[in-house]
Write a protein that binds this ligand. Structure first.
Ligand SMILES: *Cc1c(COP(=O)(O)O)cnc(C)c1O
Length: 460
C-alpha cells in the first residue's frame, strides 16, 4: 500500500498514479480518488518546523506524488505556485484576541482557493508538456472559484479555460477579477440566464461524451485530489507557527466549510500526524454538515443565500471522501450509502460519531456581530466566511489547545457584507481597486449546449 497510488471511494477503478488521478478529477466509477495509504509523518515533524512554506509543501506533498513528477520538477512547481503570493510567509498567522488567524488569502484573487489552484495550474501544465496533449477546462461559477481557476491556468501551455457565469448576477468585482485577465487562453462567457442555467449547460456538455473526448474537456472542481493535497500543507504550517508562539503541545483548527474540501485536507493532516487535537467545522445557515457531525444525519435542505456565499452549499462534494474513512474504508458500504442518499436525500450513520470533529452553525446575525466585535476590539476586519468560523470557534475555546481560525477571503472581496456590519465599506485592497481601470473581455451567449460547444470549437 502506497501513498502515491490512488483508489476510488467506490472501489471500481484500478490503481492509478498521482498524474492519472489529477487528470481524472472525478473517478471513472463516479467516486472520488484517495491515496491507498496515508503516511505517518510524526517522526518528521521536528525537522519540518524550520522549513519555509515551499519546502514544507514539498515535504508534505512528495509522498503522495511519488515518481509521477520528478523531485526537481515538483520543487519548481511548488516554488512558482507560491511565489505569486503577496507575502513571503505565503500564509501568515497572527494572534487576534483569543484566536490565531491563518490568512489564506494572499494569492492573486485574494481567496483561499488560490492555494490549491495556483498549484493545480502548474501541475496541469507540467503533465501536459510531458505527455503531449491539450486540456480545455470548462467551468460554471457564481463567484470565487471561476476567478481562482482562471488565475491558476492563465498563460499556461497546453491549457485553455472557458468559464461561464450568469450575466448581471455575479458581483461586478468578481466579474472583473475574471474578465480583466488579458491572457489569450482565458475565455469568459457571460450567459443569458441564472447560475443554474450555467450548471445545466455544463452538465449537458460534459455528458456529450464524443465532444468531451474530441475537445479534451476537463474540469477544475473541488474534488480534484491535487486541490485537497495542496491544502494539507497549511494545517502543518499554521500549527507549527502557533506552537512556536504559545508553546502548546496541540492546537485546534476552525474551518469555514462549504464543500468539505478544506476541512478534509485538515483530516488528512491529522491522519499524517499534525499536532491538531480538534477540527471545528463551521457552517452558515446551510448546515447539512454541522447537523451531520452533531447528529449523524446527513440530509439535504434547500440552499439559502447568506453573507458567506462560498459556503451556500447543501451537498458537499468532498464529503464522500470522509465517509469512506468513517465506514472503515469499505467501498461497498460507500456505494450503498451514496445510492441511498441519491434516492432519499438522507442517510444516517449510527456509529457513535467522530471525536476529532466539533461542529456548529454561525448564522447571519452571528456573522455580523462577530465582524463588529473583532473590528471594535482588534481593529481587524474579518471577511464574512472567516467570521462564521470565528463565531463557531469561540464555543470551543477555553482548554489548553489554542484555536487557529482559517481566514478564507480578504474582506475587501465582500464589501457589501462589511458595509452591513460596520456601516461603511472599510475594507479595501489595492489589487481590487486597480481592476476598475482595466479593459474587460467577455462574450455574451445563450445558455444552450450547441451554442457553448460551437464557441469552444471556434476558439481552440
Ligand atoms: C470555497 C470557500 C469556502 C469553503 O471551502 P470548502 O472547501 O468548499 O469547504 C470558504 N470560504 C471561502 C471564501 C471560499 O471561497
Amino acid at each position: 500500500m502506497s501513498a502515491s497510488e490512488y483508489v476510488s471511494t467506490r472501489g471500481g477503478v484500478a490503481r492509478v498514479n498521482f498524474a492519472d488521478a489529477v487528470m481524472m478529477g472525478l473517478a471513472d466509477d463516479g467516486g472520488l480518488l484517495l491515496p491507498a495509504a496515508i503516511p505517518d509523518m510524526r517522526a518528521q515533524l521536528a525537522s519540518w518546523r524550520s522549513l519555509s512554506y515551499s519546502d514544507l509543501a514539498y515535504a508534505v506533498m512528495s509522498p503522495f506524488v511519488g515518481d509521477a513528477i520528478p523531485a526537481a520538477a515538483l520543487k519548481d512547481i511548488i516554488c512558482r505556485s507560491y511565489a505569486t503570493f503577496a507575502t513571503p510567509a505565503v500564509v501568515p498567522v497572527r494572534r487576534c484576541g483569543r484566536v490565531h488567524i491563518a490568512e489564506l488569502f494572499h494569492g492573486p484573487t485574494l481567496a483561499f482557493k488560490d492555494v490549491a489552484l495556483q498549484f493545480l495550474g502548474n501541475v496541469f501544465e507540467h503533465l501536459l508538456t510531458q505527455r503531449g496533449g491539450k486540456l480545455n477546462i470548462l467551468g460554471a461559477t457564481s463567484g470565487d472559484t471561476g476567478s481562482a481557476a482562471i488565475h491558476g491556468v492563465r498563460g499556461k501551455a497546453g491549457v485553455d479555460i472557458f468559464i461561464m457565469f450568469p450575466d448581471g448576477r455575479v458581483s461586478p468585482l468578481q466579474e472583473r477579477q475574471m474578465t480583466t485577465v488579458p491572457d489569450a487562453n482565458v475565455h469568459c462567457i457571460a450567459i443569458k440566464g441564472t447560475f443554474d442555467d450555467g450548471q445545466r449547460v455544463l452538465k449537458e456538455v460534459f455528458n456529450d461524451l464524443g465532444f468531451k473526448r474530441d475537445y479534451q474537456l476537463g474540469a477544475v472542481n473541488s474534488v480534484n485530489w491535487a486541490r485537497v493535497l495542496a491544502q494539507v500543507v497549511y494545517y502543518f504550517w499554521s500549527a507549527f507557527r502557533v506552537q512556536e508562539a504559545t508553546g502548546a503541545a496541540t492546537v485546534q483548527v476552525s474551518v469555514p466549510t462549504g464543500n468539505f474540501g478544506d476541512i478534509f485536507a485538515g483530516y488528512i493532516a491529522v491522519r499524517m500526524g499534525a499536532p491538531i487535537r480538534r477540527l471545528v467545522l463551521a457552517t452558515n445557515e446551510n448546515d447539512i454538515l454541522s447537523r451531520f457531525f452533531r447528529s449523524g444525519e446527513y440530509s439535504q435542505g434547500a440552499v439559502c443565500p447568506t453573507l458567506s456565499p462560498s459556503m451556500d452549499i447543501q451537498v458537499a462534494s468532498n464529503f464522500e471522501r470522509y465517509l469512506y474513512y468513517r465506514v472503515g474504508e469499505n467501498s461497498d458500504r460507500v456505494r450503498e450509502l451514496m445510492a441511498a442518499f441519491a434516492r432519499d436525500k438522507k442517510i444516517v450513520i449510527t456509529d457513535g460519531g467522530d471525536s476529532l470533529f466539533a461542529a456548529g452553525r454561525g448564522d447571519t446575525a452571528m456573522t455580523i456581530e462577530t465582524i463588529r466585535r473583532y473590528y471594535a476590539a482588534e481593529k481587524y476586519i474579518l471577511d464574512p466566511h472567516t467570521a462564521v468560523g470565528v463565531a463557531v470557534a469561540e464555543q470551543y475555546l477555553g482548554d489548553d489547545a489554542p484555536m487557529i481560525c482559517l481566514a478564507t477571503a480578504h474582506p475587501a472581496k465582500f464589501s457589501a457584507a462589511i458595509e452591513q456590519a460596520l456601516g461603511s465599506d472599510l475594507a479595501k485592497h489595492p489589487a481590487l481597486e486597480a481592476l476598475k481601470d482595466l479593459p474587460v473581455r467577455r462574450v455574451l451567449l445563450e445558455p444552450d449546449k450547441r451554442v457553448i460547444e460551437d464557441y469552444v470549437k471556434a476558439t481552440v
